[in-house]
Design a protein around this ligand. Structure first.
Ligand code: FES
Ligand SMILES: [Fe+2]
Length: 365
């Protein structure tokens, strides 16, 4: 259903504080909080005494106190205090999941904790370690399976129809090999399999990029009305559901380095089989100190992703209704990237099912 031995995003770093946050990840109920020393913690959200969610309690120093009878648990999930008695039952513990804070996200490992240390929590975010970036982030809950979101992100042909005022227009027809109406040359499209994912690049010359990109170039670099631009869209997918999009608009015939470019991270964490956490961070380095520029991109992408949410949730509802309908879905030419992405996720699931080290849900560590 979903790989477990992966660092997923549990929360934006700014969501985690001394106020406990209840969140379900891979179907498991967790409480997320920050201790007095600033460390993020993820515990099973269920007190072993009478099963009250620990998220109904409060953080006291390095512990979380259950809101029912006051038992306290440390960051490792061990019970450290039972009010009114000196002995603590041996099995008074809850599962603690490994967490890391990096690049403004709280990453969580839901699988075999022994494998966590050797895995990099955020390889797709490593570009943020180089250069100076202005960044803003946001979180959306989407009531659909995470693979529908992968399908959506692998399919830029939908942008013409779902995001006509922001991220899409006719130029995106290039993704299915068509010449856009105002394009002056054949689009170049490259896709390469890499370890654990795929990289794509779409290059258009003498075109009219989608509104968000054209408006940004016009504002930042100045653009005479009717002047065609070159447009390049690079994007990377890393299984199971991590995406990095880097669009650049530039004056025709000039290098991409002289254009206006952004990078958008989209990191999906399955909540369960039919719902997902959608974390995104917009990053720009052409004016990193100008928050209004970063805010522009966050607003444009939030508008577009809210449009995707409407589509994705309606799809999921239809899929639930049609669970007994065996008819195969029709495929179009533009679906090929989505098929590749699904293959990569299947390969990851198959590799993981070959190793019998997954923890039982709720097991204490
Ligand atoms: S239910 Fe948590 S201490 Fe009793
Ligand atoms: Fe979209």
């Amino acid at each position: 259903m979903y790989p477990h031995n992966v660092w997923y995003v549990a929360a934006l770093a700014r969501e985690i504080s001394a106020t406990p946050l209840a969140r379900r990840i891979l179907g498991e109920r967790l409480v997320l909080f920050r201790t007095a020393s600033g460390n993020p913690v993820a515990l099973a959200d269920r007190c072993p005494h009478r099963q009250l969610p620990l998220s109904r309690g409060r953080v006291l120093g390095e512990h979380i106190q259950c809101g029912y009878h006051g038992a306290q648990f440390d960051a490792a999930g061990r019970c450290r205090l039972v009010p009114g008695q000196s002995e603590i039952p041996d099995h008074a513990a809850v599962r603690s999941c490994p967490v890391r804070e990096r690049h403004g996200f709280i990453w969580i490992w839901m699988g075999d904790a022994d494998l966590a240390a050797a895995a990099d929590p955020a390889p797709i975010c490593s570009f943020l370690d180089r250069g100076n970036w202005g960044t803003l982030d946001a979180y959306i809950h989407i009531a659909c399976n995470y693979e529908l979101i992968n399908d959506n992100l692998a399919d830029i042909t939908h942008t013409e129809f779902v995001h006509p005022t922001t991220l899409g227009n006719e130029s995106m027809r290039a993704a299915r090999g068509e010449l856009a109406p105002e394009s002056s040359s054949i689009p170049r499209f490259e896709a390469n399999l890499v370890d654990g994912g795929m990289n794509f690049r779409l290059s258009l010359t003498g075109t009219r990029p989608a509104p968000s990109f054209e408006n940004a170039y016009r504002r930042v670099r100045g653009l005479k009305a009717g002047l065609a631009l070159d447009f390049q869209l690079e994007f990377s997918f890393r299984a199971p559901a991590f995406w990095l999009f880097s669009p650049t608009a530039m004056k025709s015939g000039t290098p991409a380095a002289e254009g206006v470019s952004t990078s958008g991270l989209i990191l999906i964490t399955p909540e369960d089989r039919t719902s997902s956490h959608y974390f995104h961070k917009i990053c720009q380095s052409y004016a990193p100190e100008v928050e209004a520029e970063t805010r522009y991109w966050l607003d444009e992408t939030c508008r577009a992703f809210d449009e995707d949410k409407v589509v994705l949730e309606a799809q999921q509802r239809n899929l639930e209704c049609d669970a007994g309908d065996a008819s195969a879905p029709v495929s179009f030419r533009g679906d090929w990237m989505g098929f590749q992405v699904r293959k990569l996720v299947r390969a990851m699931l198959a590799a993981e099912s070959g190793q019998p080290r997954l923890l039982e849900s709720g097991a204490a560590r």
